[in-house]
Design a protein around this ligand. Structure first.
Ligand SMILES: CC/C=C\C/C=C\C/C=C\C/C=C\C/C=C\C/C=C/C(=O)SCCNC(=O)CCNC(=O)[C@H](O)C(C)(C)COP(=O)(O)OP(=O)(O)OC[C@H]1O[C@@H](n2cnc3c(N)ncnc32)[C@H](O)[C@@H]1OP(=O)(O)O
Ligand SMILES: Cc1cc2nc3c(=O)[nH]c(=O)nc-3n(C[C@H](O)[C@H](O)[C@H](O)COP(=O)(O)OP(=O)(O)OC[C@H]3O[C@@H](n4cnc5c(N)ncnc54)[C@H](O)[C@@H]3O)c2cc1C
Length: 646
């Protein structure tokens, strides 16, 4: 064990194990997660570092691993969905699996959209992996759902739907598992009796069940990408492909071609809401991994000098702390927001299953906004962690390049982040309702008292100084008032309408304000949920260290967005000048606990897969060993010497 890291652990002021229990949701859950993590000792999961393999080898290794996972799940009797998720996230490490989409999109779509008869047919096939599915929605030319071109036309004479990609731009593009899957959920515009009824989901067989040869359908892999080398993102061109009427999910077409409206057309989009909710938790996980790597490495890396003494640990540099500790605070904040998002998703989708759709718009708005907010923040955070590791952060051995490449598409997939932020129509609607005197419920209820607060862009001098910057509840209140930026967005729309612009143009001309409002709303939610969590934590040592992190999270956010807080008169200039001073004090308070705080995330070394983030801190000897495994070192003299240099 590296002596620096031993010393760091001795300095901790709290019980790491107890904090792990809080993150997991209780000691029983930690125990079970650790039991599941033992699967990493199974030699069947020993594999070459994918960084030393070609794309085709990586894909093959991922398929082998996916197949092994299924067999082992059965062998170990793991069947609870949360436990399957935990098992997969342990085995997957920092990469994706080839059957990922079958689990996260295909199966959930079947579970939520099959009727009884369809469930009876498809669920046994899909859960036994005879049917391997993908989710084909995006097209070469479109992702906006109303604009999708693929058609499904009902033919009552044969009781079939005819699926067609009429143009090049309508070819399905991106669905994972282009080579792996034999079925797809295809999203297409439904036509029956000559009328279009919008987007619906259909099950389409793509490949022969025994030979895996494609049916008369053009299907394949779209080629190498920025990351996602394990995943065969695919294309799919359908040329008048016929499927039985029973393959339409939720069956809205009667045998005679009559269309029966669903309770809400938006239920077809349910799988995306599910994944967007999951991505909030995934952001927390990846931010936590990145911080673990960068903070452990910063504790064992010595460089330059502060005083004329031996080289200090780089974690002692104030600038290093300023780079990493706000991200550490973010990892904790997002962990609690992830827990909230999961609970909210299951609560509201439970109501939806019972026929109560009243909270669907809020679930959509919250999951879209938080997905965008947390993935954007995490994406930039991983890169800060990588940079903070200097040159060794650039090596694939650090895992940070892989974490970045695998995570960055979360800002794009399941709804491009700007587009998701623009799903703030709900926010503006809520604002208008509150202004009209309606009492809002839930997370939007803070808009109820906006009129009394009169939060507007007044000169700061005209306002009382509301905030004690050392008081978390005051900080939550200021974030809440800043979230009233929605008022500026609503006003911008109003002004555009007064200029006789159409509603659509007024919306587009206010889009920057709308995204800002959405961002402020999400930021408020994160600060509030983090602060609320503190009241549940009885252990005084843990409460103290998490309160310090929450304060840092809140103040750092204000420092980054100082213009908003000053403009709205929520803070005075002298208070704003106090914030960097307070932030520096908080960095000093966090410093002795930094390593313990990342230890509490409890990532086994095999899951982190990072030479820099090793628990024992023995970085240099393992970096050397890792480099020696590089395929370029397989021979002492590379063949290129004989071919070109000699
Ligand atoms: C701890 C966690 C651990 C582990 C997790 C592990 C793994 C999971 C994570 C990752 C998975 C890993 C690997 C998989 C990798 C990638 C998979 C990627 C898949 C995909 O990307 S699938 C394709 C996704 N595509 C999109 O998201 C498209 C985005 N666009 C849209 O959603 C819509 O076009 C848009 C922008 C919402 C507009 O909708 P529409 O076109 O219908 O416009 P309208 O104007 O007609 O309607 C708007 C109206 O409808 C409301 N609305 C829109 N969407 C919804 C919804 N989903 N639910 C409810 N309501 C919705 C909207 O608010 C408007 O309402 P209004 O009329 O104003 O009242
Ligand atoms: C790794 C990966 C895996 C994927 N897996 C799947 C899958 O399994 N199944 C599937 O169906 N799809 C999948 N996708 C596709 C993914 O869902 C889309 O890429 C995503 O929805 C974004 O759409 P787009 O690529 O068309 O971007 P575009 O919508 O073309 O975005 C390009 C730019 O235009 C801007 N823009 C677009 N619309 C607006 C607007 N209304 N207002 C303001 N700005 C706008 C965006 O902000 C962005 O800056 C995957 C994508 C990736 C990268």
């Amino acid at each position: 064990m590296n002596p620096d890291i031993v010393k760091e652990r001795q300095n901790a002021s709290f019980d790491v194990q107890k904090l792990t229990y809080i993150l997991d949701g209780g000691p029983e859950k930690t125990k079970r997660r650790r039991e599941i993590s033992l699967v990493l000792n199974d030699p069947d999961f020993d594999e070459e570092d994918p960084n030393f393999l070609s794309r085709s080898e990586r894909y093959e290794q991922a398929v082998r691993k996916s197949a092994q996972m299924i067999l082992k799940l059965r062998e170990y009797g793991i069947s609870d969905p949360a436990e399957i998720n935990c098992y997969k996230s342990v085995v997957r490490g920092n990469f994706h699996e080839s059957l990922g989409l079958h689990y996260v999109m295909f199966l959930p779509t079947l579970y939520s959209q099959c009727d009884q008869e369809q469930s009876k047919k498809w669920l046994p096939l899909a859960t036994s992996f005879e049917v391997l599915g993908t989710y084909a929605q995006t097209e070469l030319g479109h992702t906006h759902l109303r604009g999708l071109e693929t058609t499904a036309t009902f033919d009552p004479t044969t009781q079939e739907f005819v699926l067609n990609s009429p143009t090049v731009t309508s070819i399905k593009w991106w669905p994972g598992a282009g080579k792996t899957s034999n079925h797809a959920v295809v999203l297409a515009q439904l036509y029956t009796r000559g009328k279009c009824h919008g987007l619906h989901a259909f099950i389409v067989q793509l490949r022969h069940m025994d030979t895996h040869e494609p049916l008369p359908i053009l299907v394949g892999d779209i080629g190498p990408k920025f990351g996602f080398s394990e995943v065969d993102n695919g294309f799919l061109k359908l040329d008048h492909v016929r499927i039985p009427r029973e393959n339409m999910l939720m069956k809205h077409v009667e045998p005679d071609g009559r269309y029966v409206k669903p309770a809400s057309a938006k239920l077809t989009y349910g799988t995306m809401v599910f994944i967007r909710s999951l991505l909030v938790g995934l952001s927390a996980l990846v931010m936590a991994k990145s911080c673990t790597i960068a903070i452990r490495y910063s504790a064992v890396r010595h460089q330059s000098e502060i005083r004329s003494e031996p080289e200090p640990q780089i974690l002692d540099y104030q600038t290093q702390q300023y780079k990493l500790f706000p991200l550490l605070a973010t990892a904790y904040a997002f962990s609690f927001v992830g827990q909230y998002m999961t609970e909210t998703y299951y609560r509201i989708s439970g109501d939806i299953n019972q026929g109560d759709l009243s909270e669907l718009p809020e679930l959509h708005a919250v999951s879209a906004g938080l997905k965008a907010f947390t993935t954007w923040t995490t994406n930039t955070g991983i890169e800060v962690c990588r940079m903070s590791c200097g040159g060794h952060g650039y090596s694939r051995s650090s895992a940070l390049p892989d974490l970045y490449a695998e995570f960055t598409p979360t800002c794009t997939y399941e709804g491009e982040n700007t587009v998701m932020m623009l799903q703030t129509a709900y926010l503006v609607k809520s604002y208008r309702q509150a202004k009209a005197g309606e009492q809002l419920r839930g997370i939007m209820s803070y808009l109820n008292d906006m009129e009394q607060r009169h939060v507007r862009a007044h000169p700061a001098s005209a306002r009382p100084a509301l905030v004690d910057i050392n008081d978390l509840s005051d900080l939550v209140e200021s974030y809440k008032l800043r979230a009233a930026l929605v008022e500026s967005a609503a006003k911008s729309i109003q002004q555009e309408l007064q200029k006789r612009r159409s509603h659509e143009d007024a919306w587009n001309n206010s889009a920057i304000d709308l995204v800002k409002a959405s961002d402020a709303h999400c930021h408020y939610m994160v600060v509030k949920l983090f602060t609320d969590k503190l009241s549940e934590i009885g252990d005084p040592d843990i409460n103290l260290v998490l309160t310090t992190l929450a304060q840092l999270y809140a103040l750092h956010g204000i420092a980054l967005n100082s213009g908003d807080f000053l403009q709205a008169g929520l803070l005075t200039v002298p208070q704003m000048q106090q914030i960097p001073v307070r932030i520096k004090e908080l960095l000093c308070l966090i410093r002795p606990n930094a390593v313990a705080l990342v230890d509490a995330f409890d990532f086994p070394d095999k899951v982190l897969s990072s030479v820099l983030g090793r628990y024992d801190g023995n970085v240099y000897e393992n970096l050397f060993e890792w480099a020696r495994r590089s395929p370029l070192n397989a021979t002492e003299v590379h063949e290129s010497f004989h071919k070109y240099l000699k």
